[in-house]
Design a protein. Structure first.
Length: 673
């Protein structure tokens, strides 16, 4: 009997069916070991002995390891078939070490999709564990443990913060920096002047050939007095432009697109994608519907490209066949994989809709049509630019018409339609146009927008911070630690988040920053490529980091609890505001001698029911006194909105309807009542 060990139990039956009766497929149920919490600072790492890690069975995994050892004894060969990334490579190594395997009785198999052809091909081409990848992942784990344990302990003892981390704290810093940028922003007034015609509008751009900026109402009125409603057509230019197609999904672009188009959080997107990857019963077979969903690569396999070109030709015609789009990946290790794509282009979303949940269908559809669109031809538009002249002032109108839909044939519903259609001016008998009206409008410059999950993930990836598999966890952590509030999908740092960031920057600005964190990711890649020694990376880091921690413990002032101005009725000590598991509460400053806790009854303005947990939505103030509407079950539920819910649900997407001024609109989609 040959034993195959995979990570997820949901894969076992499918893979066993592909391999046949000579194979037994079992699951490790994820990681089987982790660093212990023994030794210096509870790190589970022997710092003085070349950073030797001390591993122990992960919680609840003793029984799993015991059962796997029995399976090994009853087998004559073992295949380690964990996921095709660094994490999976590390799990394979832990299995190898824990189950006391040797090179004569084991091999490593890697497949990017769970289909019969891919699995059988992998077993015909087995390899050994890549120890460089294992070292890279082990180094990452030790760095995260050292930084996380040491800084979290510091934050807990000195501030209201609960944790800190190598990537988490940089992500939080981005949010805090953006908030301060918004607070410091001074809006600048500017005015537009728009000429309105029957079928289009034109905006003032220049005066006597030079760009014009109108900064006040008086200046706008002065210009209006010089204009007539008669405009001369100075130039009409038409150009055919190409609307470039899309690349297939990587992990981060999938998370961003699902956040923007489907209103899914990154953790929800990855959970559903994991299910689609592992296998789904579609009636005729149980099969993985998509390729591995943790990847930086936009590469597609030659077989999938050939099959898709045939499919495009058959369904849409030769003129819809596109070209392979390439992208230089920063991460060569992940680029060994493919982009996220369907395992078969013939398996359309509509053909398997009955076997998928509503959310699974949405995720599969967007992955399927993105991969299909990436191999279709570019779209083409006819762009028109109209230049009008009026007493030395130049007005400009731009528009475009889609002349060939190309990839938008299948992906158009996921793309914003930006077409502005201008009239056919060739039919006009004169070069004079008469405006219906010329109107001034006041505007103010706006600061950079607050981060959403989507834009923060995009920024982290652009900066080279973190990896695809870590982004959703980072988002969940900064929310769970009460470092941010999410209002209308945007991250607002809390007082605790700002305080934690400020303290870390005061003592660790040379480590908790974008450049150092990105360079560390590069070092981890070099370890994976066997270009740098992992012990050197750990040593260099620790020798820089640990003295800073010692200094911070010695010098950082401990945050005093906030006085309420009241006295304890039991011992007459001051009452203070403390933070607990379920938020702030008022208690005696003489704790633990006095354990008095004030029972507070606050009048709550209830405005509806939370769509996520069905508790009350109540009116709340921000730290600056601005009102928003959040779940009363905070912090267990962090649902929040700026606009007041009406109590009704959107007829199109079932999200809450809200009041915004005099408008009743959906809180998620573009529906308006």
């Amino acid at each position: 009997m040959k034993l195959v060990i995979v990570e997820s139990p949901s894969k076992t039956k499918t893979i066993e069916k592909y391999l046949g009766k000579d194979y037994k497929v079992v699951s490790s149920k994820g990681h089987i070991r982790d660093l212990a919490t023994t030794g210096k600072y509870g790190l589970g790492i022997d710092i003085e002995n070349n950073f030797k890690p001390n591993y122990k069975p992960a919680k609840g995994k003793n029984a799993v390891i015991k059962e796997l050892k029995k399976d090994v004894l009853n087998s004559n060969y073992v295949y380690l078939a964990t996921d095709p990334d660094r994490e999976g490579e590390a799990i394979s190594w832990h299995l190898y070490d824990s189950l006391e395997l040797n090179d004569e009785i084991y091999e490593r198999v890697i497949f990017n999709e769970i289909t019969k052809d891919a699995v059988l091909k992998a077993f015909k081409n087995p390899i050994k564990i890549n120890n460089d990848l294992v070292k890279s992942q082990e180094t990452r784990r030790m760095l995260d443990r050292i930084i996380g344990f040491r800084l979290s302990k510091l934050m807990q003892s000195k501030t209201g913060g609960k944790s800190a981390g190598r990537v988490q704290s940089v992500a939080l810093k981005l949010i805090v920096d953006r908030e301060r940028e918004i607070e410091a922003f001074i809006p600048e007034e500017y005015w537009n002047i728009t000429a309105q015609f029957k079928d289009f509008e034109s905006i003032l751009e220049k005066y006597r050939g030079k760009k014009i900026k109108i900064t006040g109402e008086a200046e706008a009125n002065e210009i209006l007095n010089k204009l007539s409603k008669s405009f001369v057509i100075e130039n009409i230019e038409q150009k055919e432009k190409t609307k470039k197609g899309v690349m297939p999904f990587t992990t981060s672009t999938l998370q961003q697109t699902c956040a923007n188009r489907l209103n899914f959080g990154s953790s929800k997107t990855m959970k559903i994608a994991q299910k689609l990857y592992e296998s789904v019963n579609i009636g005729t077979e149980t099969v993985g519907l998509i390729t591995y969903m943790r990847t930086d690569s936009t590469r597609l396999s030659p077989g999938f490209i050939d099959d898709t070109y045939k499919y495009i030709k058959k369904k849409y015609g030769d003129n819809y066949i596109g070209y392979v789009k390439t992208n230089k990946s920063k991460n060569k290790v992940q680029d060994a994989h493919e982009a996220i794509r369907p395992t078969s282009i013939e398996r359309t979303p509509e053909s398997i809709k009955d076997y998928l949940s509503n959310d699974e269908y949405k995720i599969y559809s967007i992955i399927y049509y993105r991969a299909l669109a990436s191999l279709m031809s570019d779209a083409k538009t006819l762009a028109t630019t109209l230049i009008l002249e009026n007493n030395g002032y130049t007005f400009k109108s731009t528009g475009s018409i889609l002349t060939f839909d190309g990839y938008l044939k299948v992906y158009g519903k996921y793309v914003n339609n930006e077409d502005v259609i201008l009239p056919d001016f060739s039919n006009y008998k004169t070069n004079i146009l008469i405006a219906n009206d010329i109107l001034p409008s006041q505007h103010f410059t706006k600061p950079a927008a607050r981060y959403t999950e989507s834009t923060l993930i995009k920024e982290l990836e652009a900066l080279g911070i973190g990896r695809p598999s870590t982004y959703s966890k980072i988002m969940e952590t900064i929310k769970a630690r009460d470092y941010v509030s999410v209002i209308d999908k945007k991250f607002h740092p809390t007082e605790t988040g700002i305080e934690t960031t400020d303290k870390l920057q005061e003592y660790f600005q040379n480590i908790i920053n974008i450049e150092y964190t990105a360079n560390m990711e590069n070092d981890l890649d070099k370890i994976a490529d066997n270009k740098i020694d992992h012990i050197k990376v750990l040593t260099d880091f620790y020798n820089k980091f640990e003295p800073l921690v010692d200094k911070a413990f010695a010098e950082m002032e401990k945050k005093a609890p906030l006085l309420t101005g009241e006295k304890c009725p039991d011992c007459n000590s001051d009452l203070v505001i403390r933070k607990g598991r379920y938020g702030e509460f008022t208690a005696c400053s003489n704790y633990p001698t006095c354990r008095y806790i004030k029972k507070e009854e606050k009048e709550k303005i209830i405005v509806g029911k939370c769509p996520e947990c069905n508790n009350d939505i109540i009116q709340k103030p921000t730290r600056k006194g601005k009102l928003f509407y959040g779940c009363s079950n905070y912090p267990n539920c962090k649902f929040a909105l700026w606009d007041k819910p009406t109590g009704d649900k959107c007829p199109e997407c079932s999200s809450l309807m809200v009041e915004k001024g005099k408008i009743i609109k959906c809180s998620s989609c573009n529906y308006k009542k």
